[in-house]
Structures are given as structure tokens and as C-alpha cells.
Design a protein around this ligand. Structure first.
Ligand SMILES: [Zn+2]
Length: 251
């Protein structure tokens, strides 16, 4: 039974991941989500069901358009597979329906802003506003304990990021500040601050490694959202364990 549910949930995640690609690309590009139907950006050929099976179409077509053979961005299958696996992981790992849904919501927001950041280097306000309202409803139905942890999480995400954005003078963008405020509303103070700490830590480690190996040039703008994705998911799913290890080392 559990295996059947796992397959359903993985499929749901794959299909939603495919939808998140469309949402991210179209909202960042200022287009409608509904029309026109999906098409190849190079030759304009309308995509059929055979081209739209998450992950498998990309693998089957070896990453190229069926008609014009232009390369398809690997972002699509990566987001599809990540959403599917994160949905499944949240189902298997968390202790309650509420925590599982919270994991799904967090993963959904992160996958959409990953697409907008990697393609247009921006986090659209429309998407942040939509998720802010969705998360507010979710926390009214499933309040955190204490209930004010949700607004306090939003406020602390916003204030901490704003201070760092002001101090770093452009090292952190306005989109990042708002993104952490929205995520804080969903996960509360502790997880959002830990998530921010882990995001910058992972970003710094990979940044230094990139500079040392010559993969990244000095002053080259690097998208920050991939690190936010890793940091926030680590904080949400493993936060309690990470903090227990930290206190254990400290005292
Ligand atoms: Zn094409």
C-alpha cells in the first residue's frame, strides 16, 4: 500500500514540477500561464503529450527538440525530478500530514523561484505574493506552536535579510529579502534563520571553491537561489538534528 502511495506522490511531484517550470518561465518572462500552449522556444512547434512526460521525454529525446534538434535546457528535467523526489521524501520523512504538506509547499515555492532565478536572474513579486497568501491560509488552518511563530518568522526573515542587504550593498537582492519573509511565515523563526545561515554557508563554500578552481571569475554574478534551495530544505528537514549536533559540540 505504502509503495502504491509513494508512486502516486512521486508522480504528483513530477507533474507539478513540470507545471512549475512553465509557471517560472512564463511569469518571469511576463507571459500568461495558460496560453499559448507549450511550444519549442527555437522552432515554435507545439509540444504534444509525447514531449511533455516529465523527465522521460527529456531522456528519450536525449535533451533535444524532436523537430529542430535544438538543445532543451536541463533545468526542465532537473526541476521535474527534484520536485518529484522532494514530494516523496517529505511523505516518507515527516511525522504528520501537516509537516508533509508544509514540505510540499516549501519545495513548490523553491522550485518555481529556482526556475525564475536561473533563467531571468529575478524572483517575481507575483509569485511571492501568491505564496504569501497561500502560506497565511495554511498557517491559519495548521497553526505553528505558538501561533505567533509564523508572523514572527516572516518578520525575522525580512529584517535579518534587509539588514544584510543594506550592509552588503547589493550582495543580497530585494527578491531574496522578500523570499525569506514569505518562507518565514511558513516555517517560523528558528527554521528560517537556520535556513538563511545554511544558504550563505553553502554559498560561501561553493563560491570559494569556484574561485580557487577558476570555475567562477571574481565579480561574476552568481545566482543565489540554488543555495537558498539547499539551505532551506536542509533546515526544514534536518534542522532539529543539525541543531542538536551543534549544541552537543558547543556544550
Ligand atoms: Zn524545436
Amino acid at each position: 500500500m505504502s509503495i502504491l502511495i509513494s508512486i502516486y506522490i512521486l508522480t504528483l511531484g513530477l507533474v507539478l514540477g513540470s507545471f512549475y517550470n512553465v509557471v517560472g518561465l512564463r511569469v518571469a518572462g511576463g507571459q500568461s500561464i495558460i496560453s499559448p500552449p507549450s511550444h519549442c522556444p527555437s522552432c515554435g512547434r507545439r509540444l504534444t503529450i509525447r514531449d511533455l512526460v516529465p523527465v522521460f521525454s527529456y531522456l528519450f529525446l536525449r535533451g533535444r527538440c524532436r523537430t529542430c534538434h535544438q538543445k532543451i535546457s536541463p533545468i526542465y528535467p532537473i526541476v521535474e525530478a527534484s520536485t518529484g523526489l522532494l514530494f516523496l521524501f517529505s511523505f516518507l520523512w515527516t511525522a504528520s500530514i501537516e509537516e508533509m504538506l508544509c514540505g510540499w509547499l516549501l519545495a513548490s515555492l523553491l522550485m518555481i523561484v529556482l526556475v525564475t532565478d536561473l533563467t531571468e536572474m529575478m524572483i517575481p513579486d507575483k509569485i511571492l505574493l501568491f505564496f504569501f497568501i497561500l502560506f497565511a491560509f495554511f498557517r491559519i488552518i495548521f497553526p505553528l506552536a505558538p501561533w505567533w511563530d509564523a508572523p514572527a518568522g516572516a518578520a525575522s526573515g525580512f529584517i535579518v535579510l534587509l539588514l544584510i542587504a543594506l550592509v552588503s550593498r547589493g550582495g543580497m537582492g530585494g527578491g531574496d529579502v522578500k523570499l525569506f519573509a514569505v518562507m518565514g511565515l511558513l516555517v517560523g523563526v528558528k527554521i528560517v534563520l537556520l535556513g538563511f545561515f545554511l544558504s550563505t554557508f553553502i554559498g560561501a563554500v561553493i563560491g570559494v571553491a569556484g574561485l580557487l578552481t577558476g570555475m567562477i571569475r571574481r565579480r561574476q554574478p552568481v545566482p543565489f537561489v540554488p543555495f537558498i534551495v539547499l539551505g532551506m530544505l536542509a533546515a526544514y528537514f534536518f534542522g532539529d538534528r543539525l541543531m542538536a549536533i551543534y549544541y552537543h559540540l558547543l556544550f
